[in-house]
Write a protein that binds this ligand. Structure first.
Ligand code: 13P
Length: 255
């Protein structure tokens, strides 16, 4: 059965001193939590120091992106083996900011997912509809297409290392959270699709996080929904107290 998973996506927000301070506080407050899976995803340049600081505790480290190639002439990019080298377990792939700000395609994201898995990194594969897509009643087709193309070529066995994150674009950084029912509807749809693709057992074991303005105040009701298995948290992961609040909510929502 799946364990709830709460991950903090620090985006391009904290400097080195702030990153270390936050990681230290999290280690003190939640470094012994084992009934919920935990990760933080700092900017590339702070991964190594944060991973070292958290190495003896239960908080894992992930990167926010990676390139699909293992090495080569890709100025400015970071490869999967480098992430492993600095202590990453996870990598966020297909985040809406990568899709919409940097123009990443489903195909490119899929190449990264396959590469991450082949290297032993555990991808958090993101998707979600924009406001105009939701208003045009395209949510179902958008998230279904993103899931199918993101996981193309991923085997049932590899799915044990994959986390899915549903992040409606209109809820990211806007303070406008999906209602628990809105989240549940999409999560249930994704779960049904995973059942079609991989069978009931793999589907039941796959963690589907919700992301988009998750805070301590709304985390419990979101994670109380049967198919919401944790959170991918942006803004509220930048303060130890609020990230801890979300983790405590996950502990009490444990299914
Ligand atoms: P916020 O929690 O700031 O809305 O960001 C969500 C997100 O994009 C996490 O990946």
């Amino acid at each position: 059965m799946r364990q709830l998973f709460v991950a903090g996506n620090w985006k391009m927000r904290l400097n080195g001193r702030q990153s270390i301070r936050l990681a230290g506080r999290l280690r003190e407050r939640v470094g012994d939590v084992t009934d919920v899976r935990l990760a933080v995803c700092p900017p590339f340049v702070y991964l190594k120091s944060v991973a070292e600081l958290l190495s003896e505790c239960s908080i894992d480290v992930g990167a926010q992106n990676m390139h699909a190639e293992e090495a080569g002439a890709f100025t400015g990019e970071v490869a999967g083996p480098m992430l492993l080298d600095v202590g990453c377990r996870y990598v966020i792939l297909g985040h809406s900011e990568r899709r919409h700000v940097f123009g990443e395609t489903d195909e490119f994201i899929n190449q990264k997912v396959l590469k991450a898995l082949s290297l032993g990194l555990e991808p958090i594969v993101c998707g979600g509809e924009t406001l105009s897509q939701r208003e045009a009643v395209q949510t179902e087709s958008v998230v279904s297409d993103q899931l199918k193309s993101g996981l193309a070529g991923v085997t049932a066995e590899q799915m044990a290392k994959v986390t899915i994150a549903y992040e409606p674009v209109w809820a990211i950084g806007t303070g406008r959270t999906a209602t628990p029912q809105q989240a549940e509807d999409v999560h249930a749809l994704l779960r049904a699709l995973l059942t079609e693709m991989y069978g009931a057992d793999v589907s039941a074991d796959t963690v589907i996080q919700y992301g988009g303005s998750v805070k301590p105040e709304n985390a419990a009701e979101l994670m109380a929904m049967p198919n919401v298995d944790g959170a991918l948290v942006g803004g509220a992961s930048l303060e130890a107290a609020s990230f801890e609040g979300i983790i405590r909510a996950a502990q009490s929502a444990r299914k």
